[in-house]
Design a protein around this ligand. Structure first.
Ligand code: SF4
Length: 324
């Protein structure tokens, strides 16, 4: 069955496959970014280049000075805090309608969670991890969307969560362009199983917003829904909750399948529970049965096709599960 998917707008650190702009003149590669090529519209940004630091350039680092984090360029003995912060802020209008971001880990500019902060300028000792200058702004402005770094996205759980979020936010952006209550009702209905796997009580809160008993204007309802949906998707779904949802979906076809098929489907769900197969292996099985028995309700659920199948990737580093 061929599905059509919207085209996400994705912010990406430019050095991740778009230009040789790293401080040492290198260009990096990221498998997840490569895989997304052809599926998304990239907005590539290099804050250090935008700040006029050139390439190659001496490395910069974040240092604590007078209780403030300063961006220091040791080889030049100068601070570039204002230049980098200004450059990062100038990007905000370009990235405002992005559905997500993949930024370079550990960078003092792009890092989201793991830029090193040193205790001082003169005798640098590692002090703590925090967001880089641009990473902090991205989290403040796009934090509800699909935002992560390329290193954490080598982890299959975080990557699946990221891709699900990316496409949910893209679908929502599309219907938000001209807010109509009918579109929101359809959106909510088609995300039911997916959102139930994430957070049942918040899904119900979204339902109350969609019911719009106070007869609010559609624009206001969309804003309320957006805030609540951000909370639904704030954390990856728990595998147990997803397995429960798979069984819930299975309930729609359970009476029709043979005992042999039932055995096969349940085994597949359990393999998913044991982290031996990706989510889409289980959902495609339900989808095949939904096609066979013409279960239109199931076929309309984004849970069965949350993102293009070509983006599914079994590889897993296991990294980053405890970072966020
Ligand atoms: S990490 Fe960010 S600032 Fe550094 S080279 Fe890559 S895009 Fe530029």
């Amino acid at each position: 069955m061929k599905h059509s998917f919207p085209r996400p707008r994705l912010l990406v650190s430019r050095c991740l496959g778009f230009a040789a702009c790293r401080y040492d003149g290198a260009q990096l590669s990221s498998k997840v970014v490569e895989t997304l090529k052809g599926h998304v519209d990239f907005v590539d940004v290099c804050p250090e280049m935008e700040a006029g630091l050139g390439v190659p350039r001496s490395p910069i680092r974040l240092c604590l000075k007078n209780q403030e984090v300063e961006v220091w360029q040791p080889a030049e003995s100068r601070t570039v805090t204002a230049a980098l912060s200004g450059a990062a802020e100038r990007q905000l209008k370009n990235i405002a309608d992005c559905d997500g971001a993949i930024l370079k880990s550990r960078s003092p500019s792009c890092g989201l969670f793991d830029a090193k902060v040193y205790a001082g300028v003169e005798q640098p000792q590692f002090l703590r991890w925090e967001s880089g200058v641009f990473g902090k702004l991205v989290l403040a402005n796009l934090g509800q969307k699909a935002v992560d770094d390329e290193q954490r996205l080598t982890n299959i759980i975080l990557r699946e969560h990221f891709l699900i979020k990316l496409y949910v936010w893209t679908r929502f952006r599309e219907i938000s362009a001209k807010p109509k209550m009918g579109d929101l009702v359809n959106f909510h209905a088609s995300h039911k199983l997916l959102f139930l796997a994430y957070n049942q009580s918040r899904f119900r809160a979204c339902g109350r917003i969609t019911a719009n008993h106070k007869q609010l204007p559609a624009v206001e309802v969309f804003q309320l829904y957006e805030t609540e949906m951000g909370k639904i998707l704030a954390k990856p779904f728990r595998r147990q909750a997803m397995v429960n949802t798979l069984y819930h979906a299975y309930g729609w076809i359970a009476k029709e399948v043979s005992s042999q098929e039932k055995h096969y489907i349940i085994n597949t769900f359990e393999e998913y529970r044991d982290e031996r197969i990706p989510l889409q292996a289980a959902t495609r099985l339900i989808e095949a049965q939904a096609i066979r028995f013409q279960r239109e309700y199931l076929l309309g659920q984004t849970l069965l096709h949350p993102f293009p199948l070509e983006l599914s990737d079994l590889s897993d580093s296991g990294k980053g599960r405890k970072v966020k």
